[in-house]
Structure formats: structure tokens, C-alpha cells
Design a protein around this ligand. Structure first.
Ligand SMILES: [Zn+2]
Ligand SMILES: [Zn+2]
Length: 246
């Protein structure tokens, strides 16, 4: 994951040393992590479910689906995540979510842009927060990631197309079924933006894929309002066999 530096960035590096986003050690490249922290982050690599991106523990053909997706295809066409949510990686998410450490957004967006499937000129849309929560938290981390991804890829970014129309309870300790009912019908498309969505491919961005309930509810609303297909991308993914549950 080497990134070529522009002369301007090389100059910046001389003036402000880059630090590992995990431990704070000074690093020499823009990869974001020091050599000690890098191997501790469980980046997701193939093989994984062709639809939801669930990593498999065994070699299998690329088109293989996991049990859940072969039982019932999700509303999104694909979902991809950068790393599994584990003790080591959760710090990156929590720092980004609950403090003002938003400087990592461009780096995270770069990682996310690498894992998404090839999509042609999509609308890039974040999973929205309800305005009351946005007011309390001051920023939507999914929107920061979506905006950075859109800038990086030259996509259209639209944070106001998808709306969270009712405040949902925090999904914290809900079961999979409870998460599904909690977000059912929680999202809608802004009436004035509906024409922009017709027959468009959407890249839907969130920070964490937990059970997929939120991404499913958003995808359902987007498809019903006229989107052609939805590709979801998140920074982290909860994988039961590989780490923490949230
Ligand atoms: Zn480090
Ligand atoms: Zn799957």
C-alpha cells in the first residue's frame, strides 16, 4: 500500500512528521500505520462472499456466496469492508467516531476505495444520522468517509439524498432480528432528489458493518426510489469468528 508523494507532501512531511494513527510513533510513509501496528490490523483479503464480503476461512471459488446470502440475497449487490472489527482495530474506529480525530478520514477513504468493486460513475452516499444525533455529535463519520472517497474517485457526493426519517435506538446490544426491526422504514429519499437517483448506481458508505441491517434498510429505500443497484462499503466489519461483537 505504498503511496507516491507529491513534492508538496514531501515538504509537509519534513515540516510535520507523520504519525502512526494507532500508536502515535513517527512513521516515514503515508501508509498510516507503523510497521509494528500494520500486521495487527486484520485487513480482509480474498476469499470472501461475493455478495456481502464475509471472509471465508477456506479457499473457494470467487463467485461463492456465504450461507446467509445464498439463503436470501441482500438488497445491496455487494458489501465490502477494509478490516475486521477486533480488539486491535476497534481503537481506530472508536477514535474516529467519538473524538475529533477526523484527520484520518482521507487515509481511511483511500483504504475503502481499494476494496470496493468496480462501479461506473456512481452517486456516493453516506448512511445518514438523524439530525438530533448529528447535532449532538457535530459530524457524521460516514459522511466524512463518503466525501473523501468521492473526492478521491471523482464521484458525485450527495449527503442529503438519503434521510433518516426517524430516530432509531442505538443498535449497541441488539440481536440481529432486533437490529432489523429497529431500522425498518427508518430511511427515505428526499422528494426533491428522487429524479437524480433514477437508474443510478449508488456507493453507500458507513463506518462499521455489524449485521448489515442498516445497509439493508438503506439499500431497500434507495432501490424502491429508483436506484439501479447499491454497492456498500465500510471501514470495519464485525465477523463473529474473528473478533469482537458490538
Ligand atoms: Zn503504530
Ligand atoms: Zn454473504
Amino acid at each position: 500500500m505504498r503511496i507516491n508523494l507529491s513534492p508538496f507532501n514531501q515538504l509537509l512531511d519534513l515540516l510535520i512528521p507523520l504519525r502512526c494513527i494507532q500508536c502515535g510513533t513517527i512513521v516515514e510513509t503515508q501508509d498510516g500505520l507503523c510497521t509494528a501496528c500494520w500486521p495487527l490490523i486484520p485487513f480482509i483479503t480474498k476469499p470472501f462472499c461475493a455478495c456481502c464480503g464475509l471472509p471465508f476461512d477456506f479457499e473457494i471459488e470467487e463467485s461463492a456466496l456465504c450461507g446467509i446470502c445464498s439463503h436470501k440475497q441482500p438488497h445491496y449487490s455487494t458489501a465490502r469492508s477494509v478490516f475486521c472489527y477486533t480488539t486491535e482495530s476497534k481503537n481506530l474506529i472508536l477514535k474516529f467516531k467519538h473524538t475529533d480525530s477526523i484527520g484520518s478520514a482521507p487515509l481511511f477513504a483511500k483504504w475503502m476505495a481499494r476494496v470496493i468493486e468496480d462501479v461506473d460513475d456512481p452517486l456516493c452516499i453516506p448512511v445518514p444520522l438523524h439530525w438530533t444525533r448529528l447535532f449532538m455529535r457535530t459530524y457524521n463519520q460516514a459522511a466524512l468517509l463518503a466525501r473523501e472517497m468521492a473526492t478521491l474517485k471523482g464521484w458525485t457526493y450527495d449527503p442529503s439524498l438519503l434521510i433518516r426519517q426517524r430516530r432509531t435506538a442505538s443498535q449497541g446490544h441488539f440481536s440481529k432480528e432486533k437490529r432489523r426491526t429497529n431500522v425498518r422504514g427508518a430511511f427515505k429519499i428526499s422528494d426533491s432528489k428522487k429524479p437524480l437517483l433514477q437508474e443510478r448506481t449508488v456507493v453507500l458508505v458507513d463506518d462499521v458493518f455489524t449485521t448489515g441491517a442498516t445497509l439493508t434498510a438503506c439499500s431497500k429505500a434507495l432501490l424502491k426510489a429508483g436506484a439501479k443497484e447499491v454497492h456498500a462499503v465500510t471501514l470495519a466489519r464485525v465477523v463473529r469468528s474473528r473478533g469482537l461483537e458490538i
